[in-house]
Design a protein around this ligand. Structure first.
Ligand code: SF4
Length: 285
């Protein structure tokens, strides 16, 4: 997701004021994509599809619970060339259903449309993971996309505490509206982050999404691998001060249980940040 690899705000800071600045500009080639990693075969990135997944470098947001913070910095160099993705697809004709563009935030990069056209020209379907940070570019991409997995992180009023960016909720909900209006198949995903959301927030969000016309909303359990130590510490503090919550009268049966303090790794056992998959890891070199 790096349009020209210009930093979209100070990495690791709130990044307040980051707007939808990725408006389509000059045409950009797939060969300019900055790709942090490529998984040649995934069964979980697009439901019921066998795909290759490309992780694009750079994200304008800085979510507290980001489990791959190494993908945030848009100045970081890529490790996989688009030509390697092309070669992979040519070798996997008939054995893959499609390619998922993930990140980071893949819509940040101007070369994404060209890459999607390339994928379609080779006979593969296109999936997109996005948090909806760039709705103007997303609108241009939607005709090239067969399926979208979009993160809607919180109900309105709760977004900035997660992403560090005041405008993020407007951008995310605008993007979701675009996807729904385009009629593209979509799964909405929400990470249930106990440091920023409670059960009422999750219920409110689910109701909002249903009212918008969302039919597929998945609640994801927050991961503790790969996240920053500060986030693990915040989780521990939240778990320590949160008494067992009385259940709502109408609990969402799909809602993951909030973790107890005992379930969290101790401070001295914090896992290292998860490195994105590389071409070497995946045997592409
Ligand atoms: S939007 Fe995704 S990639 Fe970006 S900081 Fe948040 S969790 Fe990480």
């Amino acid at each position: 997701m790096s349009d020209d690899i210009a930093p979209a705000g100070p990495v690791g800071s709130a990044g307040a004021g980051v707007a939808d600045r990725a408006a389509p500009g000059r045409a950009s080639s797939a060969d300019e994509l900055v790709i942090a990693g490529l998984v040649p075969l995934s069964t979980c990135d697009w439901p019921d599809h066998l795909v290759a997944t490309a992780f694009l470098q750079g994200c304008p947001w800085d979510c507290t619970y980001c489990h791959n913070p190494d993908l945030i910095d848009p100045r970081r160099a890529g490790t996989v060339a688009w030509s390697q993705v092309r070669e992979l697809l040519d070798r996997r004709q008939g054995r893959l259903d499609g390619v998922v563009f993930s990140g980071g935030e893949p819509t940040r990069q101007a070369g994404l449309a060209d890459a999607m056209r390339d994928v379609r020209a080779r006979g593969f379907a296109v999936g997109l993971h996005t948090s909806g940070a760039y709705p103007r570019r997303l609108r241009e991409l939607l005709p090239l996309v067969d399926w979208v997995g979009i993160d809607i992180k919180a109900p309105r009023g709760r977004y900035a505490a997660i992403t560090g960016v005041a405008a993020s909720e407007d951008l995310a909900f605008a993007s979701l509206r675009l996807v729904l209006d385009a009629g593209v198949a979509v799964q909405v995903r929400t990470t249930v982050d106990p440091t920023s959301l409670d059960e009422d927030d999750v219920a409110d969000l689910s109701a909002t999404l249903r009212a918008m016309g969302v039919r597929d909303h998945v609640l994801q359990e927050m991961r503790t691998t790969g996240v920053r130590p500060q986030y693990l510490a915040a989780l521990r503090r939240t778990a320590a001060r949160t008494p067992p919550a009385p259940r709502r009268a109408d609990p969402d049966p799909a809602a993951p249980a909030l973790p107890s303090a005992e379930a969290l790794p101790p401070a001295e056992a914090l896992p290292p940040a998860e490195a994105p998959p590389s071409a070497d890891d995946e045997g592409l070199r």
